[in-house]
Design a protein. Structure first.
Length: 165
């Protein structure tokens, strides 16, 4: 029952390859995890909130607007930054910078209403267009009917008036 040297080398080689593959796979875990956003430390989160709050105050935004625009940031940091910038601007007599427009106010009102009422797909757009065309045809038909009846009544009045004379 002696094993040949090739079979022993072969079994050790397979084990060696398996261990190598396993070690490479496990070592890549840290590399893959580095692609995701690293978590902030509390100090970093507060510093980011302070910067956001100061920027909001300089742009002339209220504290509530700043909270709404940055819901993931620490409110304590935003407040601290907003307050510090307010005191700094008051001491140096610095005017506010024009605030950026609200996210939904980029479009004019007519375009916003049209975009809101715009159909979601092509089929709905065709249906809506057909309905508008039918409504216009109905209006035109009603106008022409009214004008026909007006012209008939005016002819009748003329005829009645000429016979009375």
């Amino acid at each position: 029952m002696s094993s040949s040297p090739f079979s022993i080398a072969r079994s050790h080689g397979v084990k060696l390859m398996g261990m190598l593959a396993l070690s490479l796979t496990l070592s890549a875990c840290d590399y893959v995890a580095s692609f995701s956003k690293p978590k902030q430390t509390p100090e970093e989160a507060k510093a980011e909130g302070i910067a956001l709050g100061a920027g909001c105050r300089q742009a002339g935004q209220s504290l509530e607007d700043c909270y709404q625009r940055n819901p993931d940031s620490l409110k304590a940091g935003i407040f601290a930054g907003w307050k510090d910038m307010h005191e700094y601007m008051a001491a140096k007599n610095i005017q506010t910078v024009a605030p950026p427009p609200p996210p939904m106010a980029d479009k004019p009102d007519a375009e916003a209403d049209a975009a809101k009422d715009a159909p979601k797909d092509d089929r709905a757009a065709r249906r809506e267009r057909r309905e508008r065309e039918r409504a216009e045809k109905d209006k035109d038909a009603a106008k022409s009917k009214d004008s026909d009846s007006d012209s008939k009544s005016s002819r009748k009045n003329r005829d009645d008036g000429s016979s009375k004379k």
